[in-house]
Design a protein around this ligand. Structure first.
Ligand SMILES: NC(=O)c1ccc[n+]([C@@H]2O[C@H](COP(=O)([O-])OP(=O)(O)OC[C@H]3O[C@@H](n4cnc5c(N)ncnc54)[C@H](OP(=O)(O)O)[C@@H]3O)[C@@H](O)[C@H]2O)c1
Length: 408
């Protein structure tokens, strides 16, 4: 990164489904020629021109950059012009490595939407030291995966410390309600993880490790809860599995590790979909557990996966604007202290979780990383949203991105 970069940020992969929504958000919120100087980048000049057209007259002066994720020189050229890159080019395990390498080497800050834990873990091993040396702040998982989980836990632990004198030893995250759909890019990323795991038993073992993303010298032996389905007294609900738990739980554990066990040495964290109380809640949890098991089973086996792929959204496709605007999410986090006291908080979003809300979270996370970098307080390296930005990101998301964090 040059001393005085031309841009504050570049949205790389702006022609992707979620990249276009992110560009639209930044344009409507921060404009062009104002406090934030930014550009859009992608591999296809024609698609970038079409995106500018779609963004309307207000985007006429929006600068565009061309870079292919296979060509390191083109990525280095982007990084030389900006302080931060927001990447929405995925599956990241297929297209993301060279950009992380160039950012880590050049000291360019970076954030993304990956939920591919096996890829993040490999990038940490390969480029963690390089980023530390260059000062690049790298933050993965800045969308619905894993901001509500990571910042929700951060917020809950602050509240617990204020009201009970210390953090909660156990935190349970429950999706109370959510409305939205998947995009083709998310489906492609999920299928790629399943393909890689299907072909590599050692990867399956890694994916099962709740401390996969914690530093090598970190030791936490607390046994994490693994039941697919159970009744949670703290959430006051029957619970079924939550599809993103495998990602989010690893990020929250990394936050605890990076902050010197701020949540405690025996911290336990788990995520569920809440199905309600009583008999109906119990039936709902059985039905949802079976449904989810069946769905993952279909996607795990090559012949049925091949068939399912025909009916799932393709790369570039995703929920309509109406679906995004009608969407929302409502999440409860319940924490229990070692002496049995329970504290609860809620995190909500005003758009569909995966796209409308995710695009706003991603853009605000990028801007918050830039603010954080200005303070010079944090060393370069791979951070999590909560460990790097904490309260500052909570405030930004509440002020700008339609999220709320409330104590219950
Ligand atoms: N964490 C979350 O909450 C969350 C939410 C939403 C999405 N995501 C993730 O975000 C990613 C994007 O999702 P999406 O639905 O927006 O995907 P998408 O529409 O399929 O877009 C994929 C993007 O990758 C670009 N690309 C592919 N190969 C490339 C190359 N060689 N060089 C440069 N660009 C290349 C494509 O460029 P073209 O436009 O030229 O084809 C396209 O812009 C996925 O990994 C998804 O899992 C995460």
């Amino acid at each position: 990164m040059t001393e005085k970069a031309k841009f504050d940020l570049v949205v790389y992969g702006a022609t992707s489904f979620v990249g276009a929504i992110t560009a639209e958000y930044i344009l409507s919120k921060y404009g062009i020629g104002g406090d934030v100087s930014w550009a859009i980048a992608a591999r296809s000049p024609a698609k970038l021109a079409a995106l500018k057209e779609k963004l309307g007259e207000g985007a006429a002066d929006l600068p565009t950059l061309i870079a292919n994720s296979d060509e390191e020189a083109s990525l280095a050229d982007v990084c030389a012009q900006t302080r931060l890159v927001i990447s929405t080019v995925g599956p990241y395990a297929l297209y993301g490595e060279k950009l992380v390498k160039v950012c880590a080497t050049s000291g360019t800050h970076y954030c993304d939407l990956t939920g591919e834990v096996q890829w993040i873990s490999a990038m940490l091993d390969k480029y963690g030291e390089t980023a530390r040396e260059s000062g690049a702040l790298i933050v993965n998982c800045c969308g619905f995966d894993s901001i509500p989980s990571d910042l929700g836990t951060h917020f809950l632990q602050n509240y617990a410390t204020e009201t009970t004198g210390g953090p909660c030893e156990t935190v349970e995250f429950g999706v109370e309600a959510a409305k939205g759909e998947f995009s083709g890019g998310t489906v492609a990323s999920l299928l790629n993880v399943l393909k890689e795991a299907g072909a590599d038993p050692s990867l399956r073992k890694k994916l099962a490790d709740p401390y996969l993303m914690c530093p090598d010298d970190y030791h936490n032996t607390a046994k994490q809860r693994t039941e697919a389905r159970y009744y949670s007294d703290a959430l006051k609900s029957w619970c079924a599995p939550f599809v993103m738990a495998g990602i989010n739980t690893r990020i929250v554990q990394r936050t605890n590790a990076l902050q010197g066990n701020r949540y405690g040495e025996n911290f336990r964290y788990s995520e569920y979909t809440m199905t309600g109380d009583g008999f109906r809640g119990r039936l709902g949890s059985i039905a949802m557990t079976l449904g989810m098991g069946g769905f993952m089973g279909v996607l795990a086996l090559p012949p049925t996966r091949w068939l399912a792929e025909k009916f799932l959204p393709k790369p570039g496709e995703g929920p309509s604007k109406e679906v995004q605007e009608a969407g929302f999410f409502k999440i409860k986090l319940a924490g229990t202290t070692s002496s049995g006291e329970v504290v609860r908080v809620r995190v909500t979003g005003d758009r569909d979780p995966g796209y409308g809300s995710t695009a706003k979270m991603l853009a605000e996370a990028g801007l918050c990383i830039l603010d954080t970098a200005e303070t010079g307080k944090n060393a370069g390296g791979f951070w999590t949203p909560a460990s790097l930005m904490g309260d500052a990101l909570v405030e930004r998301l509440e002020a700008n991105a339609g999220l709320t964090f409330e104590t219950l």
